[in-house]
Structures are given as structure tokens and as C-alpha cells.
Design a protein around this ligand. Structure first.
Ligand SMILES: Cc1cc2nc3c(=O)[nH]c(=O)nc-3n(C[C@H](O)[C@H](O)[C@H](O)COP(=O)(O)O)c2cc1C
Length: 358
């Protein structure tokens, strides 16, 4: 892929995703990616991953060839790597290529993108212009039948699954939320235009929604439904009993309940509860292939990325997003070799340990 011409004197190329983040932070285009309140959960997602260590294993098996391909949702989808994009809103703010840029990057390397309900670009246009085959559509439990409407549109446009965000009964207080007040001035949410008289009523989910409303949406679609925003075994059980096909462990990147645990801390509890009956996915603070390895070792079928889509876009549009995927999949592949794994199923819980002295 072509390299970006750097515009900051101090910057000499992105070796990893942290470099890309630092670079775009200096450009000042990602001030609105903060967490809620004191940002403790946002930070904890990262520090908890750092406390987990990878156990090197040697001469266990040949590791010259590593296979990162995996299938999701009971074999319905095959992707080149267990690294996918979480739904993240308003991508045109990071780069003019926006959501289409992210989807094109996924199409080029056969990865998976989840399109936010708050996409700047209509879902039909993203699918058509990107030719991305592996796309899931995100909805919240919106009022006024709007979730059902979006699901119908996604079905018609060839999306492969629906991701229902269940952890936004109301919005938390977030840093950077002044940004949201300005939103309509520049770009609109494609499916929630400023002209919509109900807009104010549609911003978060219906705060009175329950699992029965979730079940109603599952019943109206033939697509698999992923429950995103699960942070404990009890809610995972509820989601499965009400029609979910997969569980997505997420705390919205520390943007909702500040003081919640990190996702990597609760992942084992959820994996135990689900007991192999469906895929479990996770996001929150994953920034390297080493982090992805830790998520897989603790039972996730795939690890998803939120903010890194914005880092990639702001860094170099669609090619920047591709670079995120390439860096992280290369890191994952090398981590596998250094820990005696040749395929993803070799990444077992014994490959990680908790730091005892941090
Ligand atoms: C700017 C921004 C917009 C987001 N928009 C959505 C959204 O529309 N729907 C959703 O379910 N999650 C949304 N998320 C949360 C992500 O899907 C994901 O759970 C989170 O960012 C993962 O953590 P990470 O950013 O540390 O990787 C958003 C996150 C950010 C930072």
C-alpha cells in the first residue's frame, strides 16, 4: 500500500497503532473520542489488557505457516482475520472517505465492518460503493419503529447480521460531547436527518425498552442478531433466551457506565456462561495483535476495534484503515509463532497469565 506523506515534522511513520493515534491526535481531528465522566473505564480497558501477559512457548509445533482465517456466526461468514470493526458513528468527521473508506479497506483484505446506526453515509451507499461483502448493521432499541425500519433496509441491502446495541438506555456524560451539539452544522446522520421532527426522541435507545423489545426485533428478521454491550453472565443468558445468535462483550469503549470493569475482565465469565453455544466477541482498548491474542486466549471468537477506525481514517483515509488491519494482523501472526500457535484454535487460555507485580 502507498505510504502517507507525513505533514508533522516530528512524525516519521507509523510502526504501530499507537503511533497512528499520536499522529492524528496532533492533527487535532479526534478530540471527540473520549470516554464518559472520569474516563476510568476507558482507561481500564487498556490497563487491564496490559496486566495480562503472554506466555511464550517454544518448539511445540511447526509455526512457519500460520492461519488467521476464521468463520463467524456458525460458519455463515469467513474472514481473513479475527479482527473486525465495531460500529462507530460519524466517520466523515475523521476523513472525507468516511464509512465508505472503512468498508473498502475491509473489502480489500476480507475483514468485517459493522456500520453504525449513526453512519454519515446511507447504508445502501456504503454497501454498493465499497463492495464489502462482510458487513453487519448496527441499530439501537430506537423508539417509533425506527430500529425495525433500519433492519429492513439492511436486509434489502445485503447486510449479513444485525448488531443491536443494548447499553444505551440513555447517553452518559461524555468528554467531547460539545462536538455532538455541532453535528448538524457539518454532516448529518444519514438515517436520522436534522429535519426529522422526532430526532430528539431518537438519539439514544428507548429508555423503557426491555429484553422483550429485543426479542421482537430478533423475531422480525431472518438475519442473525448480535447483542452488543453485554458485561456479565446474567445479561448474556437473557440475550440468548430472547433470541440473540451471538454475544458481544462491550462497555462502548468506556463511553457509557464509568466505573464498569474492563471488557477483558468480564470476558471469561461470559464465555463460561455461553459454554460454546454461540460466538462471543469483545471490544474495548484493543490496539495491537498482542491484545487481540489475549482476547482470543480468553475465549473471544473475534476482537473488534472502535477508535482505531478513526485513527486509520484520519491518518490516511481508507489506506490508513487498511494499515491498522495489516499492522494488527501481522502482530497477531508473529505473536502466534512466538507462543507456539499455528492456527487460532491453538490459542488456549494457558497462553496468557496475569501479571503478579504491576
Ligand atoms: C466516536 C465513537 C462512536 C461510536 N458509535 C457507536 C455506535 O454508533 N454504536 C455502537 O454500538 N457503538 C459505538 N461506539 C462504540 C464502539 O462500537 C466500540 O464499542 C468501542 O469504541 C470499542 O472500544 P475502543 O474504541 O477502545 O476500541 C462508538 C465509539 C466511538 C469512540
Amino acid at each position: 500500500m502507498s505510504e502517507k506523506k507525513d505533514t508533522l515534522e516530528t512524525f516519521d511513520g507509523a510502526f504501530n497503532v499507537q503511533d497512528m493515534e499520536q499522529y492524528v491526535r496532533k492533527l487535532g481531528v479526534i478530540d471527540w473520542l473520549g470516554g464518559s465522566e472520569e474516563e476510568r473505564t476507558k482507561e481500564r480497558n487498556v490497563t487491564a489488557l496490559q496486566r495480562l501477559l503472554i506466555r511464550p512457548r517454544v518448539l511445540v509445533r511447526p509455526v512457519g505457516k500460520r492461519d488467521l482465517t476464521t468463520s463467524l456466526l456458525n460458519g455463515k461468514i469467513t474472514v481473513s482475520m479475527p479482527i473486525c470493526f465495531s460500529p462507530s458513528a460519524f466517520q466523515l468527521y475523521a476523513h472525507p472517505e468516511g464509512e465508505i473508506g472503512t468498508a473498502k479497506a475491509c473489502a480489500r483484505v476480507n475483514a468485517l465492518m459493522t456500520l453504525s446506526a449513526w453512519t454519515n453515509t446511507p447504508l445502501e451507499q456504503v454497501r454498493k460503493e465499497s463492495a464489502c461483502e462482510n458487513m453487519w448493521m448496527n441499530v439501537y432499541l430506537f423508539k417509533h419503529g425506527r430500529a425495525a425500519r433500519l433492519i429492513r433496509q439492511a436486509e434489502a441491502a445485503g447486510f449479513k447480521a444485525i448488531v443491536i446495541t443494548v447499553d444505551i438506555p440513555i447517553f452518559s456524560r461524555r468528554r467531547g460531547s460539545t462536538f455532538y451539539r455541532d453535528i448538524g452544522k457539518y454532516y448529518e446522520a444519514a438515517h436520522f436527518p436534522e429535519s426529522d421532527p422526532l430526532l430528539k426522541d431518537l438519539l439514544a435507545s428507548d429508555p423503557d425498552a426491555t429484553w422483550n423489545d429485543f426479542a421482537d426485533l430478533c423475531k422480525m428478521t431472518s438475519l442473525p442478531v448480535v447483542a452488543k454491550g453485554i458485561m456479565c453472565a446474567a445479561d448474556a443468558r437473557q440475550a440468548l433466551e430472547h433470541g440473540a445468535s451471538a454475544i458481544f462483550v462491550s462497555n462502548l469503549g468506556g463511553r457509557q457506565m464509568d466505573g464498569a470493569p474492563s471488557t477483558i475482565e468480564v470476558l471469561p465469565e461470559v464465555v463460561r456462561e455461553v459454554n460454546g453455544s454461540c460466538d462471543v466477541y469483545v471490544d474495548g482498548g484493543f490496539r495491537s495483535g498482542m491484545d487481540v491474542f489475549k482476547g482470543l486466549a480468553l475465549g473471544a471468537k473475534a476482537v473488534f476495534l472502535g477508535r482505531p477506525a478513526f485513527y486509520g481514517l484520519a491518518y490516511n483515509g481508507s489506506l490508513g484503515v487498511q494499515k491498522v488491519l495489516e499492522i494488527m494482523s501481522d502482530q497477531l501472526s508473529r505473536t502466534m509463532a512466538l507462543s507456539g500457535c499455528a492456527k487460532l484454535s491453538d490459542i488456549t487460555p494457558d497462553r496468557v497469565m496475569t501479571a503478579s507485580f504491576l
